[in-house]
Design a protein around this ligand. Structure first.
Ligand SMILES: Cc1cc2nc3c(=O)[nH]c(=O)nc-3n(C[C@H](O)[C@H](O)[C@H](O)COP(=O)(O)O)c2cc1C
Length: 187
């Protein structure tokens, strides 16, 4: 169907619990954390940029996750960016609990010291964003954390990695072509 007809075609209802499929925000991340000698890693499918400078990122970290306790107590984490090649590790990390196993060892993820936080970074990931808690006023109500990224590192190549974007129910979108359209006033 040509694009001109697509917007006028009748739209069918979207079940409200599937809205996330259309509002997918950004790449799947591996969130690493540590507290009092214990460390863990979980998958995060949804997050949002809240401010460019300082660099603020908001996300839900469910209190049902083992990571929650480490993150709540330390007020720190590292957001690590995996790529398509790491899908199996993402699935493993996202379907097990650090309360039962050492996920770094189980899924071949190498923890390495971060620069500015106590949580470990993950060596195999394309990029690492070290975070300190900026605002916890929505944690009690929504498990919503606002982080300030205090240090960030990424591989120079590939420039546009094949990141994974989660649509729910086991569906992942892989980052595709990039379009550059520079215009004055565009942020
Ligand atoms: C693709 C994917 C996306 C996920 N996104 C989130 C998320 O945004 N927030 C969250 O709290 N849990 C999310 N989870 C669930 C946790 O990653 C999962 O429960 C994990 O096993 C928790 O590990 P832990 O108990 O060791 O902390 C996601 C899982 C998967 C597989």
């Amino acid at each position: 169907m040509p694009a001109s007809q697509r917007s006028t075609a009748r739209k069918s209802e979207v079940p409200l619990d599937q809205v996330r499929r259309y509002l997918e925000p950004g790449p799947v991340l591996l969130v690493s954390s540590a507290h009092e000698g214990e460390s863990d890693v979980m998958v995060m499918g949804w997050h949002t940029v809240m401010e460019f400078s300082p660099s603020l990122v908001g996300c839900v970290i469910s209190r049902a996750n083992h990571s929650y306790g480490l993150i709540r107590a330390s007020g720190e984490c590292v957001l690590n960016l995996p790529t398509r090649a790491q899908l199996e590790q993402v699935l493993g990390v996202g379907s097990t609990s650090g309360a039962d196993i050492d996920k770094f060892a189980a899924f071949g993820l190498t923890p390495e010291p971060a620069e500015r936080v106590g949580a470990p970074a993950i060596r195999e990931c394309h990029a690492q964003f070290e975070c300190r808690l900026h605002d916890d006023s929505l944690v009690e109500r929504y498990d919503f954390f606002v982080w300030e990224v205090v240090a960030a590192r990424a591989l120079a190549t590939p420039r546009h990695p094949e990141t994974l974007h989660y649509q729910g129910d086991g569906m992942f979108m892989v980052a595709g072509p990039t379009i550059r359209r520079r215009r004055r006033g565009l942020k």
